[in-house]
Design a protein around this ligand. Structure first.
Ligand code: MIC
Ligand code: SF4
Length: 639
């Protein structure tokens, strides 16, 4: 039987485990990436492991999120990261060099290799045929220290592309269509593999829009083959030497097939407040806008920015709209400047932001109260933009550019002749903003400012726990709900005691105070608990508040791993469990139940009822939980 791309890459990197869907695998990791708001914690944890230099083929530390620097915190973090990278053997991509995923795609990704990153959109490099997976910072620290990465063998869905995209329809519409069909839970436990005769019509940056936003499906990763288009892109990046063809075998098997006729797609928009709430742009035509933001790791390539510049040429952004542009990388920005496209954007009244995440993570540019915002980004969770009541829409560069001029959502097909952006034969190559690691690490002093607090740790799991249900939430709770980001909170990422006061602040402003008063307790969620980002702070900060277990019907992959890594029990709740906020719960015989992998009995002291939950953890994860967290285990020299 032939192999698909996922199986081929995994087979060559398998340390232990069987390639059977759902089985836990240990994988050798070739490359890692970290970004600043998860990277400080990852490097602090790497330091706690006591390994002198990174043991990967390549590790890159990016600064792209925490860029406003309204106080000393961000800059202190950057200095810590720069000195830590120099000392411990990582490359450092300086602030201004661009968004981690865009820069990694351009300058570092290698077909056929494995990459884990402390950012959920690490699958972006799947556009090169590289298996990229998002992970918590501690898992990335462990990989940097040479440990394998543990992940369940995914099931593999073939997304079979036929035809070619029509005028004004873009790669964003492909992934929005997949989201429309499968939902934000549809990719959990899966790798989405794109193939079929339509594949060759998509360039690497277009593929990257699709693999990037595969994260919103909850997928473990997304992959394209490394074909002649990949070779063309890598050559244009002066990296043709890293290309090697990688395709699925003709008789490869997949768990299921999703057919997409590219020619039948139309411009699409995700409506508030979920990336899977997708409708045709035409249906929303006329929806008034106050803001349009173009950029983010999803749609900030040279191709996307040139498209927008062409749409705006000779026009002015609508008087009621604020249009922001954040190029994905310094390379993109330089090419826009060199080609004259930047001048067109400026002339049209676009507000030019840094090559960084910016408004995507609420680092500035919050829209006005109740004002609709349209973004070329990947997430439109309520409040993520910084304004809780601002309706947030997502679309591709074409819809965004056209709508910025019109002041309302438009179907770009109404603009007439489509725009064709030629793929550059050679991108501008200038890696001067990437600092290589020091050749004399002993001489490097790692600089720690006052914002960098120690990594909190928990002791071994108690056999008996009792506590209060602090919050009962519904389905699809995001990590933005659990641990919000934005300009006020992001600068506190390396200071867990300080950031903890914001846990669940968007859903319930009294949560942190209640958790402290009760001395910790439990959280109850619904299905797909913890969807969204990789931020381990959504586990670390609740842990610091004394949260001992999360009960939910199902968990998102990365958040589940983060809960385990920080010693919080992820417990699977039956459909109609009798639990309400404020109830007192009690569990005994925890250690034996975890060792045996059996169910746990929970007594609701308040109602007098008892119910059973399962742990849904692997034997290795049981050991982590028993030890009170992964760091404890690794420091004892256990895997
Ligand atoms: C995001 O898009 O939510 C982030 C900010 O990039 C996160 C990482 C983080 O919270 O630090 C992600 O997607 O993993
Ligand atoms: Fe940055 Fe947004 Fe991409 Fe996250 S999704 S890495 S915040 S651009």
């Amino acid at each position: 039987m032939g192999l698909n791309l996922t199986q081929k890459i995994i087979r060559d990197r398998l340390v232990s485990g069987e390639m059977k869907p759902g089985e836990e695998l240990a994988l050798r990791i070739d490359q890692t990436l970290t970004q600043d708001v998860t990277g400080t914690m990852a490097f602090l944890q790497f330091e706690a492991l006591g390994v002198p230099r990174v043991r990967t083929k390549l590790s890159v530390s990016y600064v792209d999120h925490n860029m406003l620097q309204t106080g000393y915190e961000g800059a202190d973090d950057h200095r810590y990261l720069q000195t830590a990278a120099a000392k411990y053997g990582a490359y450092f991509s300086r602030p201004g060099n661009g968004i981690c995923h865009q820069v990694h795609l351009e300058r570092f990704g290698v077909p056929g290799q494995t990459l884990i990153g402390s950012d959920s959109h690490t699958p972006t490099c799947g556009a090169l045929g590289m298996l990229g997976m998002g992970a918590g910072g501690l898992d990335v620290a462990a990989a940097m220290a040479g440990h394998p990465f543990y992940v369940a063998m995914p099931t593999v869905t073939l997304v079979r592309l036929t035809g070619e995209l029509g005028p004004w329809v873009s790669a964003k519409d492909v992934i929005l269509e997949v989201l429309r069909r499968l939902s934000v839970k549809g990719g959990v436990g899966r790798v989405m593999e794109y193939d079929g005769p339509g594949t060759a019509s998509l360039s690497v940056p277009e593929r990257a829009t699709i693999t990037n936003m595969g994260t919103e499906l909850g997928a473990t990763s997304s992959l394209f083959p490394a074909d002649s288009r990949t070779q063309q892109f890598l050559r244009a990046q002066s990296r043709g030497d890293v290309w090697a063809e990688l395709t699925a075998d003709a008789d490869a098997e997949y768990s299921d097939v999703l057919e997409i006729d590219l020619g039948a797609l139309e411009p699409l928009v995700a409506q508030p407040y979920s990336p899977d709430n997708v409708v045709p742009a035409a249906e929303l035509a006329g929806t008034g806008l106050t803001q349009v933001c173009i950029g983010s790791c999803t749609n900030s390539s040279y191709r996307d920015m040139m498209t927008v510049a062409a749409i705006l040429e000779g026009k002015t952004v609508h008087p009621e709209v604020s249009l922001t542009i954040s190029p994905g990388s310094r390379q993109v920005l330089q090419m826009l400047a060199d080609s004259g496209a930047l001048a067109k954007l400026i002339a049209a009244g676009a507000r030019l932001l840094e090559a960084s995440c910016g408004p995507c993570i609420g680092m500035g540019q919050a829209p006005p109260s109740g004002g609709a915002t349209l973004r070329s980004f990947n997430r439109n969770f309520q409040g993520r933009c910084g304004t809780k009541d601002a309706p947030t829409y997502l679309a591709g560069a074409e819809v965004c550019g056209a709508s910025a001029v019109a002041g309302e959502i438009v179907d770009p097909r109404t603009l007439g002749e489509p725009i064709a952006v030629a793929e550059p034969e050679a991108f501008i190559i200038d890696d001067a903003m990437v600092v290589p690691p020091s050749e004399d690490p002993d001489s490097v002093e790692v600089v720690r400012g006052p914002n960098i607090a120690a990594v909190p740790m928990r002791g071994p799991l108690a056999d008996h726990i009792r506590g209060t249900v602090l919050l009962v939430a519904g389905d699809n709770v995001t990590t933005d709900d659990i641990m919000p980001a934005g300009a006020k909170i992001l600068p506190l990422r390396s200071n867990i005691p300080a950031i903890s006061q914001y846990v669940f602040s968007r859903l319930d402003s009294a949560f942190a105070e209640r958790a402290r008063r009760e001395g910790g307790g439990f959280i109850v969620g619904g299905a797909n608990y913890g969807q969204g980002s990789s931020r381990e702070h959504a586990a670390l900060a609740p842990m610091a508040l004394g949260v001992q277990a999360v009960f939910a019907r199902s968990f998102a992959r990365i958040h589940h791993a983060n809960l385990v890594n920080f010693g919080i029990l992820p417990l699977q709740l039956p459909e109609r469990a009798p639990v309400g906020q404020g109830d007192e719960l009690e569990m005994s015989g925890l250690r034996a139940a975890l060792e045996a992998g059996g169910p746990l009995s929970v007594r609701n002291v308040t109602t007098g009822k008892t119910f059973e939950v399962t742990t849904e953890v692997t034997p290795r994860q049981s050991q982590i939980l028993l030890a009170g967290g992964l760091l404890n285990l690794l420091r004892e020299g256990r895997p």
